[in-house]
Design a protein around this ligand. Structure first.
Ligand SMILES: [Zn+2]
Length: 92
């Protein structure tokens, strides 16, 4: 099924799920039973398995399937002094 967008002159835009290639230039509006013209939009093309698709899927899944954490994350290590003269400074 593919989602096609139609626009009714009085009710506004709405979506219809139809088989691929089954969209007609005009459909009847679901609310007022008037004539709604098809709106042509850019196709939503995604490559399965691409990094973007995996990131979007993980983001969407985290909303209803959050990952369970079993331990606290490791404490961050203190940053090493970059200048050896810092070691000579008095410590509190
Ligand atoms: Zn309508």
């Amino acid at each position: 099924m593919v989602t096609y967008q139609y626009r009714c002159a009085s009710c506004g835009p709405f979506d219809l799920a139809l088989p691929m290639g089954g969209a007609r230039p005009e459909e009847s509006c679901a609310q007022c039973d008037g004539t709604a013209r098809r709106v042509y939009t850019a196709p939503s093309i995604t490559r399965p398995g691409s990094p973007l698709t995996r990131a979007l899927d993980a983001q969407e899944a985290s909303g209803h399937e959050p990952q369970v954490v079993k331990s606290a994350p490791p404490a961050p290590r203190p940053a090493a002094p970059t200048d050896p003269r810092h070691a000579l400074l008095p410590r509190p």
